[in-house]
Design a protein around this ligand. Structure first.
Ligand SMILES: Nc1nc(=O)c2c([nH]1)NC[C@@H]1CN(c3ccc(C(=O)N[C@@H](CCC(=O)O)C(=O)O)cc3)C=[N+]21
Length: 282
């Protein structure tokens, strides 16, 4: 039997409707500042997607485009400017940054109260300890997709392939918070398939095109594809060999149209939450 496809587009549009309604119902306009350094075409295209989605739900978005030779100090000053600007509730510095700028320094410079990416160590610590935090958008979006399809996490064995700070590590943490049993694997894990084939929920976030085929997957598993790879023909593909795996899985997410639209949606959601908290303070 072929797997049910979890359409990120569908889940995203349902959540965006709710976000839009709530944006219209509050007394202030949520504001998001997006800082883009350099002219990487992929980064630019993601940033455009974020701007368009913000407008659609009534969030004000301000794009700051900076030359790739900007100094670290200048960038930190711009972050400061937005940290202090009352009409801005969320700040996103698009990664990756040019090599001469420390990403760590820049992320740590963003006010944790405006860190709608959920990348600041304060928010990561809050997430780890189960406190109120901005949750990182991709892992949070994955949780929403599971919820939307009523997929249980409690007592399930989740296997995460990938250990990045923005996807692999936090998605495991969030699944653990949801009472899953979590195993982390990565590029140095020997006999990877021996782990992934035990997964009830498999999260593929390693950044290798279509390498998870049916041999890596247990019959009836839920397979979430976080990969965002460009093929030689320019087409986007995930870490999962979709056609092969969909015959074995119970649920599967496509690329494109899967996790990607959810990432943007949770950014909008976090920006709305930040604006609401700001409104309570003033
Ligand atoms: N500070 C920061 N925060 C981020 O959240 C962040 C970042 N830096 N740097 C780059 C990555 C990448 N990312 C994507 C979000 C949505 C899609 C997305 O919606 N993709 C569409 C397809 C887009 C296309 O066709 O090119 C889809 O999967 O259907 C993709 C990629 C956010 N990132």
């Amino acid at each position: 039997m072929s797997a049910t496809i979890i359409s990120g587009k569908e889940v995203a549009s349902s959540l965006r409707e709710e976000i839009k309604k709530e944006v219209n119902s509050i007394s202030i306009t949520p504001g998001l500042a997006v800082i883009l350094v350099g002219d990487n075409p992929a980064s630019r295209s993601y940033v455009k997607g974020k701007e368009k989605a913000s407008k659609e739900v009534g969030i004000y978005s301000e794009l700051k485009e900076l030359s790739s030779d900007i100094s670290e100090k200048e960038l930190l000053d711009i972050v400061d400017y937005y940290n202090e600007k009352p009409s801005i509730h969320g700040i996103l510095v698009q990664l990756p940054l040019p090599g001469h700028i420390s990403e760590k320094k820049v992320i740590e410079h963003i006010s944790p109260e405006k860190d709608v990416d959920g990348f600041h160590p304060i928010n990561i610590g809050r997430m780890m300890t189960g406190k109120d935090a901005f949750l990182p958008c991709t892992p949070y979006g994955i949780l929403q997709m599971l919820k939307y399809k009523n997929i249980q996490t409690e007592g399930k064995h989740a296997v995460v392939v990938g250990r990045s700070n923005i996807v692999g590590k936090p998605v495991g943490q969030l699944l653990l918070n949801e009472n899953a049993t979590v195993t982390y694997c990565h590029s140095r894990t020997p006999d990877l398939a021996s782990f992934t084939s035990k997964a009830d929920i498999l999260i593929a976030a390693a950044g290798r095109a279509e390498f998870i085929d049916a041999a890596y997957v247990k019959e009836g598993a839920v397979v979430i594809d976080v990969g965002m790879n460009r093929k030689d023909d320019g087409k986007l593909c995930g870490d999962v060999a979709f056609e092969d795996v969909k015959e074995k899985a119970s649920f599967i997410t496509p690329v494109p149209g899967g996790v990607g639209p959810m990432t943007i949606t949770m950014l909008l959601y976090n920006t709305l939450q930040s604006a609401k908290k700001h409104a309570e303070r003033v």
